[in-house]
Every structure is written in structure tokens, then in C-alpha cells.
Design a protein around this ligand. Sequence first.
Ligand SMILES: Cc1cc2nc3c(=O)[nH]c(=O)nc-3n(C[C@H](O)[C@H](O)[C@H](O)COP(=O)(O)O)c2cc1C
Length: 339
Amino acid sequence: MTVDLSTSYLGIRLKNPFAAAACSPLTGDLDNLKRLEEAGASLAVLPSLFEEQIEHEELELARLYDYQAESFAESLSHFPEYQNFRTGPSEYLDHLAAAKQAVDIPIIGSLNGSSNGGWVRYAKAIEEAGADALELNIYFIPTEPDLTAADVEQQYVDLVAAVKDSVSVPIAIKIGQNFTSLPHFAQRLVTAGADGLVLFNRYLEADIDLESLEFKPDLVLSNRHEARIPIRWLAVLKDQVQASLAATSGIHRMEGAVKMLLAGADVLMLASILLMKGSEHLSTIIDDVVHWMEENEYESIDQLKGSMSRKNSPNPGTLERANYMKALTSYTLDNQMPH
Ligand SMILES: Cc1cc2nc3c(=O)[nH]c(=O)nc-3n(C[C@H](O)[C@H](O)[C@H](O)COP(=O)(O)O)c2cc1C
């Protein structure tokens, strides 16, 4: 039996649901991008262009402009107007254009930030550089008690609407899991213009350095148990939002990949496992998924997709509170596993 692996994401038909997630060592490198394509990736999301990167470059340019204005007023005519200057972190746009040349798979550009500032206009630049779609990673950590959940959500919605307004390619919004009522918020994002949702961004928690007594950044790769979080929310959102759904976080093996698809993912975005085992490892995961589908008599990804969503699940209650009580009360010392 040949298995039909094709799927659709953001209106783009893909040969399979296996995508390379936004991640500089993976998709920020052209040779590795080719390796990913050879290993079977059907789609790649480029690493993000960060709000901070854009602002840094604009600050530098503004400084240069002030310097020019003060020192060489007469030479201003040779200096491009600040607004018209091609400020975009041009390396990013160049990489995007080069990526489009290097591989045949669709390429998604990524913008990462939180404020509703001028950086959003780079969405247009990313589209013009040839991106097939745009992923907007909104990464915002509220720290002020005065800021309400409604304020924060409005900030996201405004950003999505602003980006949607400026591009014609589809946009996907990558969010974290920490929203009080995720289904309601997801629906608002879709109404504001999101064509897809990427579940979930992993917030990288700073650690305390006990020597210097400072917070320090520390990137920890995911583990396969983290997949449970997107699995639950994919299952809940699948039947309720009119948008494509991408799964990311904790897809390390065939099992996680299949579960994400059963819950409702249209595509799977992998990073950590490919960093640990090499981009070539993607082909092993794909082969294992095909094997599982054959063994279990699934003919296509479309048949698999969402067949365990909350609506289709025989026991949806286990996605909610009941699961919690049962899991806690049924745990015994015999369950203990070595760390
Ligand atoms: C080294 C590294 C760099 C990453 N860079 C980005 C990025 O630029 N933009 C983004 O949205 N996500 C970024 N991510 C997150 C990944 O795209 C992915 O969503 C996340 O790691 C969860 O998938 P995983 O469990 O397979 O690693 C990065 C992750 C890693 C490990």
C-alpha cells in the first residue's frame, strides 16, 4: 500500500507534513537547508528576524544620520533619507532570497517581537524577498501588575491585524501556551487575520548563575514529553478555529508525530531532535510514520488528521479535568521511574 502523505498548510499543498522549524543552525544555513530538503522536509521556516535586530540597526542608522547631519550638512544629498534607506537587516532578506534559490520547498519567513512598532513593516520586505508565507512569533512576557490579560491579548490582535494589512501572503501566528482561555484567544487571532496558528513557542527561561548571581540565558532543547501540551490544544482547537494548525515542541519520534496529526496538526515543525541527531534524521522519522500508517491501515495523512480531535475522541473528558484527578489518584510508588 502506498501512503499519501500530502497535506495542506496555509493554503499551500505540501508533499508531507514534516517541516523544519525556525532555528538558525537548521534553516539559517543554506547547506543545511538542502540537507533538510533531501531528508524529506516539505517546508522550512527561516529563523526569525527579531524586533531587537531591526531596532538596533535603525538606532545605528539614526546615529549615523545625526552625525552626517551635524558634520557634513552639504553631503546630506548623498545620504539616503532615513525612511527610504534599505534598513532591513539586509542579511536576513538576502538569506531568504538565497534560500528560495537553493531549494524547491516553500520557505516561510519569520518575524519575532512583541510591540506594535515600526518593525512590523518588515513583513512586507519579507514578502518581497520571496517568502511563500510569513510566521509571526509574538513573544511577550508581561511583568506589570497593571497590565491585564485583555490588554495583552489586544496587543497580539493589533499586531496580527497590522501585519495582515501589510502583506498578501498567508500569515501564521506562533504563540505560547499561557493564555487563560486559549480557544477564545485563538478565535480572536483568526478573526484578526491569522491564516494559521503555530502551537507552541517554547519560552526560554533564564537561569540564575550562582557564581555571579545574575540571570543568564540558557537554551535547553525540548524533550519528547513536551509534545503533550500541543497535542491537547490541537485536539481542542481543531474543530473550532478556521485556520491551519502547525505543531511544534517535543516532536522527537514517530509516536509524537503521529499523535500530533491525530490531534489535528496540518504540519509538524521540528527543531531540537534535528539539532541532536542531525538533519538527516528527519528521513528516519518520516519512514517510521509511513510504517506506522501502513501497519494501522491509514491510506493518507488527511484520513489521520484530526481523527482524535476533541469532537472525534471517544472520551474527550480526559482532555479536561477528569484526566487530572485520575492521573493523580492512580499514581502509585510502583510508577516511579529512575530520573
Ligand atoms: C537553537 C534554536 C533556535 C531557534 N530559533 C527560533 C527563531 O528564530 N524563531 C522562532 O520562532 N523559533 C525559534 N526556535 C524555536 C523552534 O522553531 C521550535 O518551535 C521549538 O524549538 C520547538 O520545537 P522542538 O521541540 O522540535 O525544538 C528555535 C529553537 C532552537 C532550539
